[in-house]
Design a protein around this ligand. Structure first.
Ligand SMILES: C[C@@H](O)[C@H](NC(=O)OP(=O)(O)OC[C@H]1O[C@@H](n2cnc3c(N)ncnc32)[C@H](O)[C@@H]1O)C(=O)O
Ligand SMILES: [Fe+2]
Length: 530
């Protein structure tokens, strides 16, 4: 393989046309941002801006360098705005052909991660990638940057920008909201975390129609939105058993978000990293650096295959430049062992015949949001446990509830993973069928969260910390997918056990067939952590 020399990288997925040269370090970096005269980013206008700025940006970045030393052209192949991507793609192809050097199609999200790893010197982080268009929690697993959780509607930056615009503030709104928030005290606004995923549009609409002083709304917006991101990051960290957190993407410039992540990391004993300001938002250096790494790994693209992809996902890229870390050891959200467990969210302890589950205060959250979430979730969990019981799903009896704790019956018996007989697993299928039939999703359906009760051999469902109400096929499918994954990792004869589970599930739930079909689809998508 030829020794790569200098790589020219071009970024232009959205607002910033930026190019850089990377050798052993960033040798030059030039940008020409597009700022919309009014409103948000118009894709075609941005593309026109990029087209007219290209010549200038490329020649500035090449100043003092010999084009003959360039050994590859890297460009953002996606995701991003179609017209912008096409403009930059065309320029990159032309440069590659005229210089006679390879073309490297870089995934923009992967590039955000790689420049962060390179600049901060971290190795295997859980990444919070919070930008205008994307909000994702990523981690490296089995040769890919897997998406552990992500926004179900719009990107966080986008939500901030749109809210700002509705209050008459110019684009981009993120930095101005940060300024206002410093002067305000947070109002209560919606907080939406669904398992590992987030949603921002409800929060944005509530903020738009909130009549409190702008400073207070901005502070409330930040507190809710950032705490949501930190919560999912913490959950991924706990599940994956990693000990580094990296923050990337434009919203990562925000001091309050950094402070909250840092505080969460300190509480968990993890290290927190964030790259310099100029490398955190969109920039050409991240494309040039990733291009270099990819060229070294032989990951170039022919002109014919270099079409841009506006919805290119990070997990579509096979990462040949990192050592495969293989499967994750499976960890449940609340690892219950020997009567004491500290999950991402709660502390579970045993006192004789009782189990006490206490939700923990998080220093990263504002005190009012913290108290609100703790009491809402404690109440919701207790309610779902009782509702499940009434629907014929064996669950622990609840003895007492306080603002942060649930005192419940201790179920004596073995965890299902220690008692994987066909009969037991079939019974598990039956109770999960009843649960789904009642419109309840468990949210963390592992073989550790089902106990085979000693006195009658019945399966009892525990730990409803991530449970929620839903009749969506997708949520039900994810529940089963998680269960089958843990079954696979604990039992050699998992096919037989899986069949037994399905038999039980079909017995008690009329829509079983449709859900089981979806499970197969989910497995093929390979998105979920378990
Ligand atoms: C596909 C690509 O084009 C896209 N890039 C992108 O969105 O640009 P980026 O530079 O990563 O992020 C811009 C966002 O970052 C926000 N932002 C910048 N400074 C901020 C601050 N101090 N506080 C909060 N948000 C901030 C802006 O409001 C804007 O929404 C992406 O990565 O999703
Ligand atoms: Fe970006």
């Amino acid at each position: 393989m030829p020794e790569p020399g200098l790589i020219l990288g071009i970024e232009g997925t959205a607002w910033n046309l930026s190019a850089a040269i990377f050798g052993e370090d960033v040798l030059s970096l030039h940008s020409k941002p597009y700022s919309p005269p009014t409103g948000g980013i118009h894709p075609r206008e941005a593309a026109q801006h990029h087209a007219s700025a290209l010549k200038d940006v490329i020649s500035k970045v090449l100043e003092g360098h010999n084009p003959a030393d360039i050994s590859g052209i890297a460009f953002s192949q996606g995701p991003g705005l179609g017209p912008c991507l096409r403009t930059v793609g065309t320029a990159a192809r032309a440069l590659s052909l005229s210089l006679g050097v390879p073309l490297i199609g870089v995934n923009h999200c992967v590039a955000h991660v790689e420049i962060g790893r390179w600049q901060c010197g971290c190795d295997d982080p859980i990444v919070l990638y919070a930008s205008g268009a994307n909000t994702q929690v990523l981690g490296f697993l089995k040769s890919r940057y897997r998406i552990f959780g992500e926004t179900l509607d719009i990107g966080l930056g986008n939500a901030l920008d749109k809210f700002a615009r509705s209050k008459g503030l110019p684009h981009p709104g993120g930095p101005l909201i940060e300024k206002y928030a410093l002067e305000g005290s947070p109002v209560d606004l919606p907080y939406t975390v669904k398992g590992m995923d987030l949603a921002f549009s409800g929060l944005m609409s509530a903020a738009k129609s909130c009549n409190a002083p702008i400073e207070d709304v901005c502070a409330g917006f930040q507190e809710s939105a950032f705490a949501m991101c930190v919560e999912v990051t913490e959950r991924a960290l706990a599940h994956a058993g990693k000990n580094e957190v990296l923050l990337v993407g434009g919203v990562g410039a925000n001091t309050r978000l950094r402070e909250m992540l840092k505080s969460m990391c300190e509480e968990r004993g993890a290290e927190f990293f964030v790259p310099e300001r100029r490398y955190i938002g969109d920039n050409g250096a991240m494309i040039a650096l990733t291009g270099k790494i990819m060229l070294e790994a032989g990951q170039t693209v022919s002109v014919r295959d270099s079409a841009v992809n506006p919805s290119f996902r990070s997990d579509e890229v096979e990462v040949l430049w990192r050592k495969d870390t293989g499967d994750l050891p499976y960890r449940s959200a609340n690892m219950l062992s020997d009567g004491f467990a500290r999950g991402a969210e709660a502390l579970v302890s045993e006192r004789g015949d009782y189990v006490i589950k206490k939700r923990l205060s998080k220093r990263y959250r504002s005190p009012s949001l913290d108290q609100r979430l703790i009491s809402e979730r404690t109440k919701a969990e207790a309610r779902l446990i009782s509702l499940s019981r009434r629907s014929g799903v064996p669950t622990p009896v609840i003895y007492d509830i306080t603002h942060d704790s649930i005192v419940m019956e201790k179920i004596n018996g073995l965890m299902l993973k220690q008692s994987l007989t066909v009969e037991d697993v079939m019974d598990a299928g039956r109770i999960v069928g009843r649960l789904h039939n009642a419109g309840i999703i468990h949210g963390d359906l592992t073989t550790s969260n089902i106990i085979v009760r000693e006195y009658d051999g019945r399966c009892v469902l525990i730990d409803f910390g991530l449970a929620f109400i839903s009749s969506e096929i997708e949520s039900r499918g994810v529940d089963l997918h998680v269960f089958f994954q843990t079954l696979e990792s604990t039992a050699p004869d998992h096919n037989e056990l899986r069949d037994a589970f399905c038999t039980g599930y079909k017995e008690s739930f009329a829509e079983a067939a449709e859900v089981l079909e979806r499970v197969e689809e989910i497995r093929l998508r390979g998105r979920y952590l378990h």
